[in-house]
Write a protein that binds this ligand. Structure first.
Ligand code: APR
Length: 165
């Protein structure tokens, strides 16, 4: 089942939440900052030992003080106008996060709108890419949540999800 909600992803009671991280995996602002704040300092210590993550790939850690058992850190592309393979890199970030979740037997997973904040990816385009990847994996999870942080994002996801395939 795919659901669209408007919430703070750090509060969700799911097996895994996905973090929109940067290549260093050493924290930042936005959802990255919120997840590190909620998970506690252990998360940063573990991330320091991972040694970074290339754009489009994903790494998994425990959730520490979060309700979620796992945090899947993925790095979306910075938007440079669309001519630098941004769409494929964003699709890879969703796909690699889902594959890692399956490897760790996570049955429920929540995504933020990766790359649409600081990284400037157009919201509608990003949501369409996200849903096309998520819908291909839908039956392998009990729930995949698109966790929007604002109503504008939620409306975009709800409208795209309601469109006939
Ligand atoms: N819960 C859910 N979504 C959130 C939360 C939250 N607590 N906080 C922010 N968001 C949303 C933003 O509103 C946006 O829709 O997450 C989406 C992604 O925005 P960013 O967090 O800015 O991530 P991104 O655009 O991928 O940029 C990543 O920002 O924070 C830094 O370290 C991070 O360098 C990296 C860059």
């Amino acid at each position: 089942m795919i659901s669209v909600i408007q919430a703070d992803i750090t509060k969700l009671d799911v097996d895994a939440i996905v973090n929109a991280a940067n290549n260093s995996l050493l924290g930042g602002g936005g959802v990255d900052g919120a997840i590190h704040h909620a998970a506690g300092p252990e998360l940063l210590r573990v991330c320091q030992s991972i040694g970074g993550c290339p754009t489009g790939e994903a790494r998994i850690t425990a959730g520490f003080l979060l309700t979620a058992k796992w945090v899947i850190h993925t790095v979306g592309p910075v938007w440079h106008g669309g001519g630098q393979n941004e769409s494929d890199l964003l699709a890879n970030a969703y796909q690699n996060s889902l594959e890692l979740a399956l490897e760790y037997n996570a049955r429920s997973i929540a995504f933020p709108a990766i790359s649409t904040g600081v990284y400037g990816f157009p919201k509608e385009n990003a949501a369409s890419i996200a849903l096309s990847v998520i819908q291909r994996c839908e039956n392998r999870f009990s729930e995949i949540i698109c966790c929007c942080f604002c109503s504008e994002d939620r409306f975009i996801y709800e409208r795209l999800l309601a469109e006939p395939d």
